[in-house]
Design a protein around this ligand. Structure first.
Ligand SMILES: NC(=O)c1ccc[n+]([C@@H]2O[C@H](COP(=O)([O-])OP(=O)(O)OC[C@H]3O[C@@H](n4cnc5c(N)ncnc54)[C@H](OP(=O)(O)O)[C@@H]3O)[C@@H](O)[C@H]2O)c1
Length: 214
């Protein structure tokens, strides 16, 4: 598959590298065409990896990942261009965290709305699927880092788009991603972040995850 990664941070490069290793062609996008982190990432990941602007990456991808800071995701996606996202699966990994007052961060949207829903409303032709936002980036692409069974979630309004994302998650090594229904479930998924941040402080490792027992 051709995949667009919007974001040059740890999440973008971690997902990009894994997706290249699985045989996909991946283009990483940023605000500028010559972002040094994106260029380094492309160079390190061989012929199937490339870099460009947010718009280049969105246009390139059959599936596009939003790996931008949640506070500015809508801005980044506007730069990517609605015309480049229409009809495509847009995997939203971002969290609407505001670190401007230090730790712990606050959520800029919650309870009755979510970043996932804001993105779906702003880009109605994109098939937005919220996924992978509830764990550290190391665990996203390597669930085996955390011993035993533990969980990952998806939600979104388009069943086929969710099925495509589940396929990718299975390729990452996840066993049975939990489908939480439509995009309103992104409220809960994003509201898991305050407890994730707290657990990080207490456990002093990023190699942990949520497990749903029933
Ligand atoms: N870190 C994790 O382990 C983890 C885990 C789960 C979820 N997440 C979520 O995943 C997302 C990415 O996290 P990250 O730590 O990899 O990266 P990040 O530092 O949160 O975001 C980096 C990206 O944001 C873009 N950006 C910054 N300011 C911008 C602006 N004003 N307009 C447009 N774009 C702007 C940057 O663009 P340039 O490339 O142009 O600089 C860059 O591509 C976040 O929403 C985070 O909450 C992170």
């Amino acid at each position: 598959m051709r995949i667009g990664i919007l974001g040059t941070g740890d999440v973008g490069s971690r997902l990009g590298t894994k997706l290249v290793s699985l045989g996909n062609e991946v283009r990483m996008g940023s605000r500028t065409a010559s972002n040094p982190k994106a260029s380094r990432w492309a160079k390190a990941n061989g012929l199937r990896a490339s870099a460009g602007t947010f718009a280049d990456a969105a246009k390139f991808g059959e599936v596009v990942f939003n790996c931008t800071a949640g506070l500015v995701s809508l801005e980044a996606l506007r730069l990517a261009g609605g015309e480049n996202l229409g009809g495509k699966v847009l995997v939203d990994v971002a969290n609407p965290l505001d670190f401007s007052k230090g730790m712990p961060p606050t959520l800029t949207v919650c309870n009755t709305d979510s970043l996932g829903e804001q993105i779906q409303r702003a880009f109605p032709d994109a098939k937005v699927v919220k996924a992978l936002n509830t764990m550290g980036n190391e665990v996203m692409v390597n669930p085996g880092l955390v011993p035993g069974e533990h969980d990952t979630f998806v939600c979104g309004n388009d069943p086929k788009a969710k099925a495509k994302v589940v396929e990718i998650l299975l390729a990452f090594g996840w066993k049975s991603p939990i489908d939480l229904g439509d995009m309103t479930a992104a409220r809960g998924l994003e509201m898991m972040l305050p407890i994730w941040v707290r657990l990080l402080g207490t456990l002093k490792t990023r190699s942990f995850n949520f497990k749903i027992a029933k």
